[in-house]
Write a protein that binds this ligand. Structure first.
Ligand SMILES: CC(C)=CCC/C(C)=C/CC/C(C)=C/C=C/C(C)=C/C=C/C=C(C)/C=C/C=C(C)/C=C/C=C(C)/C=C/CC(C)(C)O
Ligand SMILES: C[S@@+](CC[C@H](N)C(=O)[O-])C[C@H]1O[C@@H](n2cnc3c(N)ncnc32)[C@H](O)[C@@H]1O
Length: 392
């Protein structure tokens, strides 16, 4: 199941012999060359190799400096710099009292933000929004994501220790309380509220991707498993006024969804059922089941059991839709494998999967037809659509 975003999704086995062996030899020759200080010295000066050498140096520098760039972004978010610059370009002198920073620090922050394209130098020594700062505006979910990274960075302070320990107790694991819980259904409201709020804040950008990729209107009843406080289903409700809405999540989370459905006047159309998909039966009656940012949280055995339970709950004509950032996404490789790979390791449960890995698990559970639905921003979410049986 290769696609434009996942060109290697099929993972064809390397043909034994010539092609792969020749490639290996060429790559080790490249590595030996690049590892030589003399070659690097020469390549940085020779006009034809200089642009490549500069790009590599910059890429390596960005890897060294990534945390510093992240902290510049965090400072901008905390100081609400983007909202302030959205009023119009301003001088450091005018901005310093508004940011409650000394003038010198204001200039340092503005120059850093401009270098990272979050802000932009304008005429008369003023600064305005940069293209990336403008993209942060009106995206409270992204700002909340930026803020919560403090937990991740603390867990990653010693990355080798984290990798050696494997699944261990961490700050992030405490935040995502279900990740380590033996009996997640017993989690109390106080424990699930912070992660539920973070997911709700960042859900609109995910819902926009999913609903742009798949026409939910063709269905009669949707069940959103792990649906949080119902933010996704509330977006669905707007797109498909005739669809019945069901949500399943841990009892303390489902309770919050029920309250929000009632407040939005959706109680007639929407129900929220509390339980754990690791131990409780799923609600039946839906012809579309969605797993939005769920599968990557769990290990293979849990995922396979969940897919099997879904196959049973859906019935033969039903559709399962999986939406989450996936491993191996073309153009977003570091998102799936570097960011989510280490994120989920720190969280203590799950792993990012390629579409082909997901498809293999789906097939084991009886889903014979699996295809990708194209999203506009696959780093936010890729979408897989699966149906039972062999035909589409
Ligand atoms: C108008 C003129 C003159 C020119 C226009 C030029 C042009 C075409 C500009 C483009 C403007 C544009 C449309 C920009 C769009 C920007 C977008 C869509 C940016 C999106 C960025 C999204 C980001 C950075 C997403 C970050 C997401 C993160 C960090 C998510 C983390 C999720 C976590 C930690 C989830 C945890 C859940 C768990 C536990 C794993 O299950
Ligand atoms: C990462 S959040 C995603 C929430 C929502 N789908 C979204 O994208 O915003 C994972 C959700 O799965 C729920 N969850 C985790 N383990 C569960 C289980 N065993 N049974 C039911 N829900 C579970 C959590 O309570 C949480 O709401």
């Amino acid at each position: 199941m290769a696609s434009a975003d996942h060109p290697a999704a099929d993972h064809p086995a390397d043909a034994p012999g010539t092609g792969a062996a020749l490639l290996d030899r060429l790559l080790s020759l490249r590595d030996r060359l690049v590892a030589s200080p003399r070659f690097r010295h020469w390549a940085a000066r020779f006009p034809l190799t200089r642009p490549v050498a500069r790009r590599r140096a910059r890429a390596l520098f960005d890897l060294c400096a990534g945390f510093v760039y992240s902290q510049v972004l965090l400072a901008c978010v905390r100081l609400k710099l983007f909202d302030i610059l959205a009023e119009g370009p301003q001088t450091p002198e005018a901005l310093a009292p508004r940011l409650d920073l000394p003038l010198d620090s204001t200039t340092t922050l503005l120059r850093a933000a401009a270098a990272l394209r979050l802000a932009e130098a304008r005429s008369g020594g003023r600064y305005g929004l940069g293209p990336l700062g403008a993209a942060m505006l009106g995206n409270d979910g992204l700002a909340a994501m930026v803020e919560h990274h403090g937990l991740l960075y603390a867990d990653l302070a010693d990355p080798v220790a984290l990798l050696r320990a494997g699944r261990t107790r961490t700050g992030l694991g405490g935040f995502w309380a279900y990740a380590a819980a033996e009996q997640p259904a017993g989690l109390e409201r106080g424990t699930v509220t912070a992660y539920t709020a973070l997911m709700a804040a960042s859900q609109p950008m995910v819902a926009a991707e999913v609903l742009g990729a798949y026409p939910v209107r063709r269905h009669r009843c949707i069940l959103d498993i792990g649906g949080g406080n119902g933010t996704f289903l509330m977006q669905v409700a707007q797109r498909a006024p005739n669809l019945r809405l069901m949500l399943f999540d841990l009892p303390a989370v489902a309770e919050q969804a029920r309250e929000r459905f009632a407040a939005a006047g959706l109680s007639e159309r929407a129900t929220a059922v509390g339980g754990s998909f690791r131990s409780d039966p799923l609600p039946t009656g839906a012809d579309l089941i969605t797993l939005v940012r769920i599968v990557h949280d769990h290990d293979d055995a849990t995922v396979l059991a969940l897919f099997r339970a879904i196959a049973e709950a859906l019935g033969p004509d039903g559709t399962l839709l999986i939406a989450e950032p996936m491993s191996g996404t073309a153009g977003a490789e570091p998102v799936g494998d570097a960011y989510f790979g280490l994120y989920l390791m720190a969280m203590g449960s799950g792993r990012p999967r390629t579409p082909a890995e997901l498809e293999a698990l789906l097939r084991q559970a009886g889903f014979g037809h699996v295809e990708m639905a194209r999203t506009s921003t696959p780093l936010v979410a890729s979408v897989l659509v699966a149906r039972l049986g062999r035909t589409g």
